[in-house]
Design a protein around this ligand. Structure first.
Ligand code: HDE
Length: 710
């Protein structure tokens, strides 16, 4: 829970001292605050001076000019004018939470990293989730990669695992990052589109960058429209190294697996959520943590040696490739739990500085050129964003283990050493010393070769894994990829870019290419793009790449929207809400008026939303509990009809009591009821309904919705 700041303290706080006849009270940190008239803490300037009037600036006469000696006004406005810091150049929109990482068993055989030595050990953590392209105020459900940045405050320094929710990346060399980001963000002359890749510049760059094709398959899948941060995976992307006490190294890839399973929304739903609740993902994380439903991920690692790397189909240093889990099984090594929201968004989530180069002893880098470029970039960007080199003095960035060094001064230095000696070596035997045994030592490695700007041959296969990803998807997921490509390319005005993209798709999957070309209205097919290497047709599908295959089995952690009216059957409503709560899921009530409704037993039921403010896109499934008296008015509401029609077209489960049938008719679905539209049985059968909800979506309905048969 948020700590109360002295300024927000309740008026009843006790007076703890009197100094110079002035009543004082103690704040959270033990500091004394003066008390104004009444019981409220005294408002002061930032210099601590008491303020007499915060409502009117100092002026000459009632209608005269303001005067220069109003130092309170000057300070207040000055500070306000400087409230903003530059937003992140990428990943500007983000949301963070505190928690901990718990190690399952000692990993000492592989790494000397302190946090992995003792089973059950907990390490404090801060995680920031983000979208990449949109500005700070953009909507949460943009089709975009999600950042998944984890800061672990280990006993041997901070370890930042700055990952994404997709295990591959667009480019193989960091030198291309500015081009990629320029192309993805708003076009520079018109400053739109915001938080969207559906525009010429992005697809122009992508279609001229064949190495991005594997990533294109991932971003056109539902991975880029997750239902919530709680239902998505995270990946370290690059190959890293674990190093043990004997200096033996093992390659490693890091994966975060959500305990609740994977889940995304439908594209049409995402578009509507952005309007209905642009903070959908923020609110979801806030609500679940504040209500004690702490999201959890398991950390899994793929460990391998040089021999495996040499025999693997692709270069393990190439960040556009994965190692399928079926080829190399991941091992679970710990869990991450998020259990506390920041007290202050700016101080923590905005000012947190993640840097890939923050690794403790026992974790090391590989020669992945993208990772090496990142190690250069992140320090630089923090200097710009946070305004000086002392950003490690901010509590969110400071290590939580003991630390000591001779870095000093600079803007806003908050921790300043005392004493004479600020250098090493010194004759006074003062100050910290390095330790060749305990300190981070890079793995001894012999590197040689001709200095040149080049791309290795082993990075040249750009299509095989893109194909593997596509053929690993279930039919609805394949349909979504085709639909996403069609939508995005339909926003591209330059025909040659659309054609160039389809020419790449021909190297991935011919049916996919034909579907997209046909939906885009191509008169003829382009020829396949020239490929540096032919696409391998023999890679086995990897079911682990499908969201549906890794979907949840239960309704736990999800939200049911229950539309009710006056006269709702009180027993049925209470039974349903009890069954949902028992499943560790949540519900929200929606009614024609936000005040509430009168139930069949005369009781007053307060609700969360009025129908206009609680569309069905905000829920994982819906139930319609109406009554003979309430349904007549409800069917007249366009938003009530949309509520049902959207739930149906988004393939959600719909439960209804008989009185709601006229609403199903008005929504145009009464003749298309399928196994996902369930007449609610009496109270006894409600747990069966809730277990049915565990399937989440009725994907079999999708083709008929698409064809307008419903
Ligand atoms: Fe980043 N990236 N990145 N990135 N990245 C930033 O650092 C960069 C890349 C990722 O919540 C910036 O503090 C380069 C891959 C996340 O605060 C910047 C390259 C992956 C976050 C930067 C990459 C990421 C960032 C902007 C190409 C997934 C948000 C603000 C070599 C493995 C962290 C900042 C947060 C942020 C540079 C590519 C993940 C400019 C040069 C690959 C999650 O330093």
């Amino acid at each position: 829970m948020a700590k109360k700041s002295p300024v927000r303290s309740p008026a009843s706080q006790t007076v703890t001292a009197t100094i110079h006849d002035q009543k004082m009270q103690r704040g959270e940190g033990g500091e004394l605050h003066q008390i104004a008239e009444g019981d409220a803490p005294l408002l002061t300037t930032a210099q601590g001076g008491p303020v007499s009037d915060d409502q009117n600036s100092l002026r000459v006469g009632p209608r005269g000019p303001l005067v220069m000696d109003d130092f309170h006004f000057r300070e207040k406005i000055f500070h306000f004018d400087h409230e903003r810091i530059p937003e992140r150049v990428v990943h500007a929109r983000g949301y963070g939470a505190h928690g901990y990482f718990e190690t399952y068993e000692s990993l000492a055989a592989y790494t000397k990293a302190d946090l992995f030595q003792r089973s059950g050990e907990r390490t404090e953590a801060f995680v920031r989730f983000s979208t990449v392209a949109g500005n700070k105020g953009s909507a949460d459900l943009a089709r975009d990669v999600r950042g998944f940045a984890v800061k672990l405050y280990t006993q041997e320094g901070n370890w930042d695992l700055v990952g994404n929710n997709i295990p591959v990346f667009f480019i193989q060399d960091a030198i291309k990052f500015p081009d990629l980001v320029h192309a993805a963000k708003q076009e520079p002359d018109r400053a739109f589109p915001q938080a969207q890749t559906a525009h010429d510049n992005f697809w122009d760059f992508i279609s001229l960058t064949p190495e991005s094709m594997n990533m294109v398959m991932w971003i056109m899948s539902d991975r880029t429209i997750p239902r919530s941060f709680r239902f998505m995976e995270g990946f370290g992307v690059h190959t890293f190294r674990l190093v043990n006490a004997k200096d033996e190294s093992t390659f490693v890839k890091f994966h975060w697996k959500p305990k609740l399973g994977l889940q995304s929304v439908a594209w049409n739903e995402a578009v509507k959520i952005n309007g209905a609740d642009p903070d959908f993902h923020r609110r979801d994380l806030w609500q679940s943590i504040q209500s004690g439903n702490f999201p959890e991920w398991e950390l899994q690692v793929q460990l391998f040696d040089q021999e495996f790397a040499d025999s693997f189909d692709f270069d393990v240093l190439d960040p556009t490739k994965i190692i399928p889990e079926e080829v190399l099984a991941p091992m679970a090594i710990g869990r991450l739990v998020l259990d506390r929201m920041p007290d202050n968004f700016f101080a923590e989530t905005e000012q947190v500085a993640f840097m890939t180069q923050n690794v403790p002893p026992g974790i090391d880098f590989s020669n992945d050129p993208l990772l090496q470029g990142r190690n250069f970039s992140y320090l630089d960007t923090q200097l710009k964003r946070l305004g000086g080199p002392n950003f490690t003095h901010l509590p969110i960035n400071a290590p939580k283990c003991p630390f000591a060094h001779f870095q000093q001064d600079g803007h806003m230095a908050m921790r300043n050493p005392s004493g004479r000696v600020n250098y090493q070596p010194n004759s006074f035997n003062e100050g910290p010393r390095e330790s060749p045994t305990r300190g981070h030592r890079p793995l001894p490695a012999e590197e040689q070769g001709t200095k040149a700007r080049l791309r290795p041959e082993s990075f040249a296969d750009h299509y095989s894994q893109a194909r593997q990803f596509y053929i690993s998807q279930t039919p609805p997921e394949q349909r979504h990829i085709a639909a996403a490509l069609t939508f995005e390319l339909s926003k591209v005005e330059t025909a040659v870019i659309r054609e160039r993209m389809v020419s790449h798709l021909l190297n991935i999957d011919e049916t996919l290419a034909n579907t997209v070309a046909q939906k885009l209205g191509f008169q003829s097919m382009p020829k396949a793009a020239d490929a540096a290497m032919p696409t391998r047709q023999d890679l086995e599908p990897s079911p682990a790449l499908s969201i549906v295959e890794r979907g949840p089995k239960r309704f736990e952690g999800r939200k049911l929207g229950i539309l009710i009216t006056d006269g709702v059957d009180a027993k049925l409503l209470n039974g349903l809400t009890a069954a949902i709560t028992k499943e560790k899921a949540v519900f929200e009530l929606i009614a024609p008026k936000v005040g509430g409704v009168t139930a069949s037993d005369g009781s007053w039921v307060e609700v969360h939303h009025m129908i206009d403010g609680g569309p069905s896109v905000l829920f994982d499934a819906v139930a319609l509990l109406t009554s003979a008296e309430g349904i007549d008015d409800l069917v007249k509401e366009a938003t009530a009809r949309d509520f049902v029609a959207d739930a149906f077209q988004h393939c959600k489960f719909i439960g209804y009591d008989q009185s709601a049938l006229p609403l199903l008719e008005k929504a145009g679905i009464a003749d298309a009821l399928d196994e996902g539209v369930l007449a609610l049985p009496g109270e006894e059968g409600l747990s069966d309904f809730v277990s049915e909800l565990g399937k989440l979506r009725v994907w079999g309905r999708e083709p008929s919705v698409k064809l307008g048969k419903a």
